[in-house]
Ligand binder design. Structure first.
Ligand code: BYC
Length: 313
């Protein structure tokens, strides 16, 4: 027999209303949200590394200031998302432990190296661009704290994508060497950007259930197609080519059709064997350990402050 709780939950989802932390929810819904929100938070935080790599080497003071602001925004996104995950009853420490021990995933895209300044522009354009396509639909997610975090994150991502495109416009209008640097970065990041949307729908473990629960509002393949349709004209404007001989505009459907992703590469990167996986996790663990004294000091202050407040009361 379906419980009263389950009926209320189902009706809330059917009515397109939000599930809030105080509401009853099925364990599987809670666990799916913890998995996806945590993976998303970890991606934001690990994603600071490839870009942080270029802060000391940005070509001008202005570019450096903009990049610092962007990387700082990613930390903020991680914090909103960890807070959203905490509303589901999991602690920040547990989430860190899951990431450090390899039991939690983070986006495959951050396991590639940033070899030139053009990579910073291409990350803004292609990676933040892909994140926006994915996250606009997540603003409609059925879990309130996740959906609301997405609204703010999307606003900031939109600035990130523009700063990336602005870097690329400068390179595109520059010397032959600069245009070559831009093309080389596109050649290396295009396929990994398409992989961000996850496996084909037919191979995706979670899509069907997550769409029934209205956590995901569009499937991996539909989002990927939307992204390609938006991005190819932007690339043409920059004067670059895409590293895909099968890419062509299909008049009948009105879509840009593209070649097959290298799924062996995707799964190798997702399961820990990409070019930068080990470095990324080792660096993250070191930052967590080096920051232990800050957390201890902050907690000590909080305890002292609570004791003093209690005394006054
Ligand atoms: N990378 O059943 P599926 C940013 C895993 S950061 C790694 O389709 P789901 C930025 C998937 O987890 C924004 N793993 O899963 C930051 C699952 O494994 P588990 C990053 C992937 O969850 C700094 C298995 O494959 N955005 O923009 O329904 C600087 C089967 O997949 C990936 C997000 O995190 C992948 N690409 O759909 C610049 C978005 N794809 O968990 C920029 C939030 C799949 O069963 N996440 N897997 O072990 C999502 O929207 C969804 O989780 C996904 C996957 C679309 C990624």
């Amino acid at each position: 027999m379906v419980s009263e709780h389950q009926t209320t939950f189902d009706e809330t989802i059917a009515a397109d209303e939000k599930i809030e932390p105080r509401d009853w929810m099925p364990d599987a819904y809670r666990n799916t949200l913890i998995r996806q929100i945590a993976q998303h938070a970890h991606s934001e935080v690990i994603g600071m590394q490839p870009e942080g790599n270029w802060i000391t080497r940005a070509p001008t003071l202005l570019r450096k200031a903009i990049l610092i602001a962007k990387v700082q925004d990613e930390a903020g996104h991680g914090l909103y998302l960890y807070s959203a995950a905490e509303t589901l009853g999991v602690s920040r420490d547990e989430l860190q432990e899951m990431l450090h021990s390899g039991r939690h995933k983070y986006s495959s895209i951050f396991n590639y190296p940033t070899l030139s300044w053009a990579d910073i522009g291409v990350i803004g354009w292609l990676v933040d661009g892909a994140a926006i396509v994915n996250q606009i639909m997540l603003q409609g997610a059925s879990y309130g704290p996740y959906a609301r975090a997405m609204v703010r994150i999307c606003k900031e991502e939109s600035f990130h994508a523009r700063q990336g495109y602005a870097i690329l416009m400068t390179l595109a209008k520059g010397t032959d060497e600069q245009r070559q640097m831009l093309q080389d970065a596109v050649d290396r990041w295009w396929w990994p950007a398409l992989m961000m949307f996850g496996p084909h729908d037919s191979e995706s473990t979670h899509t069907e259930q997550s769409m029934d629960w209205k956590i995901k509002r569009m499937s991996n393949d539909d989002l990927r197609q939307l992204y390609v349709d938006q991005t190819v004209p932007q690339g043409e404007y920059l004067g670059i080519t895409f590293p895909d001989p099968d890419l062509h505009f299909d008049e009948e459907s009105g879509h840009w059709r593209f070649g097959e992703i290298d799924w062996d590469e995707f799964w190798a990167v997702v399961t820990g064997d990409g070019p930068m996986n080990r470095e990324r996790v080792a660096h993250k663990k070191k930052a967590w350990e080096d920051g232990a004294w800050v957390r201890e000091a902050a907690t000590a202050y909080a305890v002292k402050h609570a004791a003093e407040t209690a005394k006054v009361a």
